[in-house]
Design a protein around this ligand. Structure first.
Ligand code: C5P
Length: 223
């Protein structure tokens, strides 16, 4: 039987990619499948938490037993996550948020022209960092995909964004990260301590992630 050890907690999870529209029919996005975030949300629900899942466009049905908010852009993701996070105990940002959006959203489909074109992009807000600036007692968890110097970069990222820990993965491993059913991650805490977790299902990674988040939460609320 699954322990009901998250009962009484509100857990907010973001999942999937964002879409940054250039015009009504074109957008910039990434191949995030949403599987990792849906696994975290599902495990949190099974363990008794109240769950809000904020997800970009993915090919996964709404899971039962939680509030599901479907968004497209990073700005929509931000509004939904910040809103839901107000009374959250744990926020897990698995969403692959686009770093940039078009500086100007064209109202009409842009016609093809001869030769090169350039697109003016402007940075999206960093939602995890924004939550980190007004953290309260919330436990904040991020993900990071790095191709090199992963642990150092993830620890620096956790510190900069005021996250409690980051799960680091590598885009190059077959069957993991984008789209796969497995994941191989390294837990990296803001203090630089880290643990390599063996490759396993996203379900199991989700369970271990919430174990760690619960430990941090328990420590923080008893101090
Ligand atoms: O800086 P980087 O994009 O590698 O950080 C990844 C983490 O930060 C993920 O948890 C992601 O969901 C979150 N993030 C965010 N807002 C952004 C970019 C990333 O919350 N604009």
């Amino acid at each position: 039987p699954v322990p009901r050890d998250l009962k009484g907690l509100h857990i907010v999870v973001s999942a999937g990619p964002t879409r940054e529209y250039l015009d009504p029919v074109r957008f910039i996005s990434n191949p995030s499948s949403g599987k990792m975030g849906f696994a975290v949300a599902g495990n949190a629900r099974d363990r008794g938490a109240r769950v809000t899942l904020v997800t970009g466009p993915v090919n996964l049905p709404d899971p039962a037993g939680m509030v599901v908010v479907r968004i497209e852009s990073a700005l929509e993701l931000r509004d939904a996550v910040i809103g839901a996070a107000q009374d959250a105990d744990i926020v897990v940002m698995t969403a692959a948020v686009a770093d940039y959006r078009a500086a100007e959203l064209k109202g009409e489909k842009q016609a093809k022209v001869a030769g090169d074109v350039s697109i003016h992009l402007t940075p999206n807000p960093d939602i995890l960092a924004e939550l980190g600036r007004e953290k309260g007692e919330r436990v904040l968890v991020g993900f990071a995909m790095e191709t090199h110097a992963g642990v150092e970069r993830a620890a620096a990222k956790a510190q900069r964004k005021n996250a409690d820990f980051i799960l680091l993965n590598y885009p190059t491993q077959e069957g993991t990260a984008f789209g796969g059913d497995d994941n191989q991650v390294t837990l990296v805490r803001a203090d630089g301590t880290h643990e390599d977790w063996p490759r396993t299902s996203k379900r199991e990674v989700a369970r271990q992630l919430l174990d760690e988040a619960l430990r941090v939460h328990a420590q923080r609320t008893t101090d």
